[in-house]
Design a protein around this ligand. Structure first.
Ligand SMILES: [Zn+2]
Length: 91
């Protein structure tokens, strides 16, 4: 038998034979018994609100390879450079 109850959590049974989390009847001695009733547990939970966990969203990250950016380097054309050198033409 699975130690996980109807609610999917590992649980123990209360004094009134219920899942300690959801109150689902656990009619088996397999479960560990806790010396409290489900109602008592609920009351305790009311007085002690659950700790609000920081909501961290873990997105499943697919391994995305970095995009290969190929920058076309502007090649100085030797012809233009030569022309620039010949700009100093006296008028
Ligand atoms: Zn349960």
């Amino acid at each position: 038998m699975s130690p996980y109850a109807n609610c999917g959590q590992r649980t123990a049974r209360t004094e009134d034979w219920a899942c300690q989390w959801c109150g689902y009847p656990l009619l088996s001695r397999f479960y560990k018994k806790i010396p409290k009733t489900y109602k008592k547990l609920q009351e305790e939970r009311l007085y002690r609100p659950p700790v609000v966990e920081e909501t961290e969203v873990f997105l499943p990250q697919a391994p995305v390879p970095p995009p290969t950016i190929q920058i076309a380097k502007p090649m100085p054309e030797p012809g233009l450079a030569a022309m620039g050198g010949n700009r100093n033409v006296k008028n």
